[in-house]
Design a protein. Structure first.
Lengths: 549, 353
């Protein structure tokens, strides 16, 4: 590290206000931030901490309904808060670039990738079209995209999510900016793809000595990327320290609690040995969407009071298996047994009681709860539908359920879902499943849309409910940290097949199936050197191929 | 130079100066360009032209004031939740609501308001207006104002009935198609295509000449013509709702189709449907007036605005505006409904500034 680096970005006492309920409310309360050339700063915090807002403010930009109300943002000697909008526009894209969370949503689907890539350099008259395209191909090569000469001429939907995210990073580099802001660039990707993108981002930032602000809520990821970490909470700075120091010795309680999230672990339960039948037994099922076969010979058992985690990257058939069990997608071969009795393949042929026994909790609580129905009705409906409860009995049951999920009945009884936070909505989703008094619940990525602290709360709640009510869970996830904390047994799926299954402890100790090994080793760890070590082990050049295994 | 002209310019220039002083840019531009235009109009058209401008401005101000007052009135009398929404209504929307309210009063209390009966001959043909007959008499000597008031009841009532029926059929079919899917959806869709492929006026003329022109037939035929449009919109809107996880959850719970439609899908698709209702109402209204004008709609002596235009059409050659009055009544209601619908569309599309 050079002893004196020049300061690139200096934010002083930055205050940002948001407009809500017909008045301005301060959401960022005076943040200071200094970034030197070639340095990477990690901004972390839960949602609503103001990470993205600060990231955008570093470009002199405030989202609709937000305004920068005080403080200064000085970029390379230029005060951005007072610079006219036209000058700011010239700055953005050429000297400051932004990489958004979802590349799929940020690329224009109607234009080729390379045309979008070369738009900025051509617009700012930095390069001519031909040389801009050559430069793009060179960047694609450096980011280890397959076929760097041709990939740019495809449309965004023709490349995979991880490739698109790398193409977007390449696009941010197109004008060789001094500063790039990465806003959760890997949150939407699964672990194996995440590695590729992380490695690519780190390399390119090193090579061009670009400064970067890396926004994320994943600590392990930020540990790989950043030189300095700044922890935010509700628009205030909690603490800032160099990465290694921050990881080893966090000072504030809040930071410690963030660090502690991954430590939740419960004891593993064993299968009953007295010959009781499993609650759910999936037996050799095949399934297909039209002519495309998506499941092949999938079998596993779930016993009462136990949690079976089904893991695998996207497209491995985890959710399809759940759809087969619920009967939404009747399997083409094989059968589903419920406590020893074979269930009809189609949910429409199942009895009310069979439907009641198996409930589901969804990934996106936003779409899983009807926004126009009151909480009391959402939770009350299954109780009335299956249990025939009415009047006071129904109200008592809803109150009891709300108590069970640790939400205050009086406060939530007559509210609507859009008024709740993400974690609260997920709790309502759990309550709705519980209202049916099921013996088996499918949890489809229930924590992946939530912050770590909130997700931790949900996991603990699910664990407590399992202990109290003896419900069996099928836990679909791609996050192995979740598996480690809550699962009793693990089923690893890849391309519609079960590649390995067994008790959790066995699964987490070698020897592994090669795919399990790949999944396990791809989970970021809280060690700043983890990525470097891993890449060395795998060999830098075949990162891309490794994921194709 | 009369006092009026001097006062006219003094007022305009004074107002522009005030606007400029308080840096109301747009208002100033408006007032001052009006002043400049008035110079030219004053020279070309003389004092009457300036009177015209003054009356127009006065009418606009009156409409604006009425709308404002009506909105405040609604905000005060409405319960808390709707009142919050009403406060966001632009003046045009509250003007629309005021006009609709007036028409509704005229329609409901027609026998009380109208000085003469609907078919009562009280004077000579085309008698001019006098204090008893506010708008003069029609071609048979019936009071035009009375017929206008009764027309509000007939024309608007039938249009409302036909639109409601069209919505009932279209929305139920659309919701069922979206929920059931498969061949049922295909079947309903193709039926809708067939109906939509026949030009609506020709279809109406054909059906009316087969089944005869009575009110029931008119309402049913118009409902059939307009139901496919409602069907398509409902199906599209419901199609976006049906794929949501909460619908899947309800299906897995074992809920029936009727519950799904009523409790889960309908509450999430009402906003665009209400907006569509307003629009369709205008089209239906115009179709009924058009049919009446052609002599196939509501039959005499029942008062109806469309046929009133036709019956008095000859007067237009004599420079009388009588036939334009029912036409204006149609136009005003159409504009009013559209003002309200615009506001609702704006709200449901989430285009909040």
């Amino acid at each position: 590290m050079a002893p004196e680096k020049s300061v690139l970005l200096k934010i002083k006492d930055l205050k940002i206000e948001g407009y809500a309920d017909e008045k301005w409310i301060e959401i960022v309360h005076g943040i200071d931030l200094t970034l030197h050339r070639g340095e990477v700063l990690g901004l972390i915090g839960e949602s609503g901490a103001g990470k993205s807002t600060i990231g955008l403010a570093a470009m002199g930009f405030a989202r609709d309904g937000c305004r920068i109300s005080g403080g200064s943002v000085e970029f390379d000697g230029m005060e951005l808060t007072t610079t006219p909008e036209s000058d700011l526009r010239a700055l953005r894209g050429s000297r400051i670039a932004y990489v958004a969370q979802s590349a799929a949503a940020s690329f224009n689907p109607a234009h080729k990738i390379i045309d979008q890539h070369t738009e900025a350099p051509i617009h700012y008259r930095i390069k001519k079209r031909v040389s801009a395209q050559e430069d793009a191909m060179e960047l694609y090569e450096r980011l280890r995209l397959p076929n760097p000469k041709e990939i740019g001429f495809r449309y965004p939907h023709q490349v995979s999510g991880g490739q698109l995210q790398r193409a977007m990073t390449a696009m941010a580099m197109a004008c060789r900016p001094d500063l790039i802001i990465f806003d959760e660039p890997t949150t939407a990707l699964d672990v194996t793809t995440q590695i590729e993108v992380l490695a690519a981002i780190r390399d390119i930032v090193d090579q061009f000595n670009t400064a970067a602000i890396y926004i994320t809520h994943d600590l392990a990821v930020v540990a790989q990327m950043a030189d300095t970490i700044k922890v935010l909470l509700k628009g205030d700075e909690v603490e800032e320290a160099p990465t290694a120091e921050m990881l080893e010795n966090p000072k504030e309680d809040y930071t410690k609690s963030l660090w502690a999230v991954r430590s939740f672990k419960r004891d593993q339960k064993q299968r009953p040995t007295d010959g009781t039948l499993p609650v759910v037994s999936v037996q050799n099922i095949d399934a297909s969407y039209g002519d495309t076969k998506v499941l092949e010979d999938v079998s596993f058992d779930i016993y009462a009071g136990m949690t079976v985690a089904v893991v695998g990257e996207s497209g491995s058939g985890k959710s399809t298996t759940a759809r087969c069990i619920t009967g939404l997608l009747p399997p083409t071969k094989g059968q589903i047994q419920f406590k020893g009795e074979t269930l009809p393949a189609d949910y429409r042929n199942r009895t009310k009681d069979q439907l009641r026994q198996a409930q589901m909790i969804y990934q996106m609580a936003d779409t899983a709860l009807n926004p126009k129905v009151k909480i009391s009705e959402i939770i009350g409906r299954p109780a009335r539908f299956y249990g025939g409860l009415k009047g006071t009995a129904l109200k008592n049951r809803v109150d009891e359920l709300l108590d069970l999920i640790e939400l205050e009945p009086a406060k939530f009884y007559s509210r609507y879902p859009p008024e709740l936070s993400g974690g609260q909505k997920q709790r309502i989703g759990i309550a709705r499943a519980l209202a049916a008094e099921p013996t088996f619940i499918i949890c489809d990525e229930v924590t992946s849309a939530l912050d770590q602290l909130v997700a931790e709360g949900i996991l603990k709640l699910l664990d407590r409910l399992q202990r109290e009510l003896g419900i069996a869970y099928m836990f679909i996830t791609h996050d192995l940290a979740t598996v480690r904390s809550i699962a009793d047994e693990v089923v690893v799926m890849q391309r519609g097949k079960v590649v390995e299954q067994g008790p959790k402890d066995e699964m987490f100790t070698p020897p592994h199936h090669p795919y399990t090994d790949l999944l396990l080793s791809s989970v970021p760890e809280m060690d700043p050197n983890w990525l470097t070590t891993l890449l060395e082990e795998r060999g830098v050049d075949n990162v891309g191929e490794a994921a194709e295994v | 130079m009369s006092y009026f002209v001097v006062g006219y310019y003094a007022l305009l220039i004074g107002a522009s100066c005030l606007a400029a002083f308080y840096s109301k840019r747009q208002l100033f531009l408006l007032l001052f360009s009006l002043t400049l235009v008035s110079f030219i109009m004053g020279i070309v058209g003389g004092v009457p032209a300036l009177w015209g401008v003054t009356i127009c401005a006065g009418l606009l101000a009156l409409a604006g004031g009425t709308s404002y007052a009506f909105r405040e009135f609604l905000v005060i009398i409405a319960p808390r939740e709707p009142a919050k929404e009403l406060r966001t209504a632009p003046l045009t929307a509250s003007f629309g609501m005021f006009v609709i309210f007036t028409y509704a009063i005229a329609g409901i209390f027609a026998p009380v308001i109208a000085p003469f009966g609907e078919a009562e001959v009280v004077s000579t043909a085309f008698a001019p207006a006098d204090p008893q007959m506010l708008l003069g008499a029609d071609q048979l000597g019936r009071d035009l104002f009375s017929r206008l008031v009764f027309g509000a009841r007939n024309t608007v009532g039938i249009a409302l009935l036909a639109t409601l029926l069209a919505f009932l059929m279209g929305a139920v079919a659309g919701l069922l198609a979206a929920t059931k899917g498969g061949w049922f959806d295909q079947l309903l869709g193709r039926i809708a295509d067939v109906i939509m492929s026949i030009p609506s006026l020709i279809f109406a003329l054909l059906m009316l000449s087969i089944f005869g022109t009575n009110l029931v037939v008119i309402v049913i035929i118009i409902a059939i013509i307009y139901a496919p449009r409602v069907f398509r919109l409902t199906r599209a809107v419901a199609g976006n709702v049906v794929v949501m996880d909460y619908i899947e959850a309800a299906k897995l719970r074992g809920e029936g189709t009727w519950y799904l439609i009523r409790k889960e899908i309908l509450p999430n698709s009402t906003a665009p449907l209400i907006a569509e209702f307003g629009l369709e109402f205008c089209f239906v209204f115009l179709l009924i007036s058009g049919l009446s004008f052609l002599g196939l709609g509501i039959q005499p002596p029942t008062a109806d605005w469309g046929s009133m235009v036709r019956e008095n059409a000859t007067l237009i050659s004599f420079g009388e505006i009588t036939p334009l009055i029912p036409a204006a009544a149609i136009a005003l209601l159409t504009v009013a409904v559209n003002f309200v619908v615009d506001w609702m569309l704006f709200r449901s599309s989430g285009l909040k500034g």
